[in-house]
Design a protein around this ligand. Sequence first.
Ligand code: GDP
Length: 229
Amino acid sequence: MPRPSDKLRIVPKVRRPAESPAGVHLHPLRQAEFLTTAAEWVQLPAGGAPEIAFAGRSNAGKSSAINALAQRTRLAYTSKTPGRTQHINLFRLRSGALLADLPGYGYAKVPEAMRRHWQHFIAKYLAERAPLIGVLLVMDARHPLTDLDWQMFGWFLPTGRPMHVLLTKCDKLGTEAQRHTLDSVRTALANTFGERSAQVSVQLFSATRHIGTAEAEAALASWLGPLAN
Ligand code: GDP
């Protein structure tokens, strides 16, 4: 017999970690292995495995985020050499899905011709890459929503697929500033994209302090579905 007080018990709302329906904790990027590098469309893997792309402004903290989620110190690494800024590095996840580490954008020393090449390649990649199931966009929480970040939304959201934003280096902000940044990014996206902003989720993240890891893993796992296991 349930006691009357049981009905009144308030169950605290807890944020669910990355879990499968069976309750198994998921870490979709762990055991990721480097697969290949693509500088041109034809070099992208042809197998049709689902692909998740990580994008972000150069120095935003993308490599650190990948390494933190993969629990590796140097799986992804930043190369500030302009010649490497055109490459997409691909990693194979344990599930067989692929992680595409897109070249960081906005690096000041990249020559104009290379910048244009990158823009065409990435715009085409985001709009037309059939196996791409979602894009994780890394932004420095102190400088979110740069012009190029807006372009990424503009290129990818028309596909109808989801984007997840990591506002990283949040350890560099106080609690109040973190909350304000999170709110203002969500509001700006809602004001700009209206209903389409429902495709975008946003969270705080810190690679160095391991803040937001489970939330990011849950977003990636939800895209991969049963594959994440
Ligand atoms: P990428 O160019 O986007 O791949 O950026 P990196 O991952 O190489 O990071 C750029 C710089 O920011 C490096 O000096 C990192 O150590 C630093 N960084 C990255 N993530 C964090 C973070 O979460 N917190 C702090 N405090 N620093 C970070």
